[in-house]
Design a protein around this ligand. Structure first.
Ligand code: FES
Length: 119
């Protein structure tokens, strides 16, 4: 299994996205607000937008009351910069609207305060 040290944990603040390379592929590492790390191919499954130009945010979800929405998953939703499709970072990059579609994801570990990705 190939691995790469991306950076020190303090180099990615919660809510940030960092771009890196792994075997010539552009990869993004996302850090959610609870401090966890997740890594994905830096390419949207729709039309290939660079997700590193997107944002980590939340999304709106309907409540039990008709027409009522609430903001959920703050810092856990990766929003594509081109057409706004949303991917659930904590659920392997599944698209929120159609969970059968998902981003290519990579294993991430923190080893000795360094963020490491695996292929
Ligand atoms: S390229 Fe990402 S939503 Fe279209």
């Amino acid at each position: 299994m190939m691995k790469k040290v991306v950076c020190h944990v303090r180099d990615i603040e919660p809510g940030e996205i960092k771009e890196t390379k792994l075997e010539k592929k552009s990869i993004i590492v996302c850090r959610t607000l609870d401090g966890e790390f997740y890594a994905f191919l830096n390419r949207c499954i729709h039309q290939g937008a660079p997700l590193s130009k997107g944002m980590l945010c939340g999304t709106s979800a309907e409540t039990d009351r008709l027409g009522d929405y609430q903001y959920v998953k703050e810092g856990e939703v990766l929003r594509c910069p081109w057409h706004g499709r949303e991917f659930d970072v904590k659920n392997k990059g599944c698209m929120l609207a159609h969970s059968k579609f998902k981003l290519k994801n990579y294993k991430v570990e923190v080893e000795n305060e360094e963020v490491v990705i695996y292929k």
